[in-house]
Design a protein around this ligand. Sequence first.
Ligand SMILES: Nc1ncnc2c1ncn2[C@@H]1O[C@H](COP(=O)(O)OP(=O)(O)O)[C@@H](O)[C@H]1O
Ligand SMILES: [Mg+2]
Length: 256
Amino acid sequence: MIEALGLTKTFNEFTAVNQLSFTVQPGEIYGLLGPNGSGKSTTMRMLLGLLRPTEGSGRIMGHDLLTEIVAAKRVMGYVPEEATLPERLTGWEYCNYVGDIWRIPRGSEREAEIEELLTLLDIRDASNDLIETYSKGMSRKIGLVAALIHKPKVLILDEVQAGIDPRGAATIKEILNGLRSRGATILMSTHILEIAEQMCDRIGIINDGNMLAEGTMDELRVQAMGQSSLEEIFLSLTGGPDMQLIAKYLENGEPK
Ligand SMILES: Nc1ncnc2c1ncn2[C@@H]1O[C@H](COP(=O)(O)OP(=O)(O)O)[C@@H](O)[C@H]1O
Ligand SMILES: [Mg+2]
């Protein structure tokens, strides 16, 4: 279980995350949905113990973020938005290095498991190439393999589908569904409506660091007074495009 308890983060005078509270239950995929800069990554980094909250706290499987962070970290797997992977290792070396960090015994069982994940995500063929040669999507996939190696109870995935091909995205969706049905607690962020709608049991819509609405798709529809699509709900809460500004820009003439 993930509990965010009034999480707040200010950078100098600027409030990036404001009193955010939500809970993700085991067996649930919860989506933080918000525009760019709305505070999704900052919220995740606080829950991961990578960034100290200015106010508020949280618990991961009951472990307090402020006082029991090592125990909390042990049960979490994280795929960051911008992974900084060691470029001079191969994908295979990196996955084994992560396995060592988690003290998973070396040997055929661990290797088979890594190989299974690499194959599932279509990057087994590239696993002996240096990470510096990988595309963004390939790096993301290696990041996901690395996050799953120690079989975390709690998974935190920051824009995990960004840069991933359709087959990879479908594979990730199936893997996450399977882990959910085995009781994993999954928090993911996205700014892509279809992904939130297709994958998440519950969605929290955030903007400027504030939780604007939260619930299942059906609950969000009721809160947004019958608006049917998530796009309508999202735009009515976070603001649609500025049509006047767009019209003004387009008035400036035809493409030359
Ligand atoms: N280390 C930082 N210092 C100053 N501002 C930051 C820092 N990290 C994030 N921010 C700001 O906080 C806001 C939320 O950022 P972020 O959580 O990355 O948004 P999202 O992941 O939803 O796109 C943005 O305005 C961003 O510029
Ligand atoms: Mg982000």
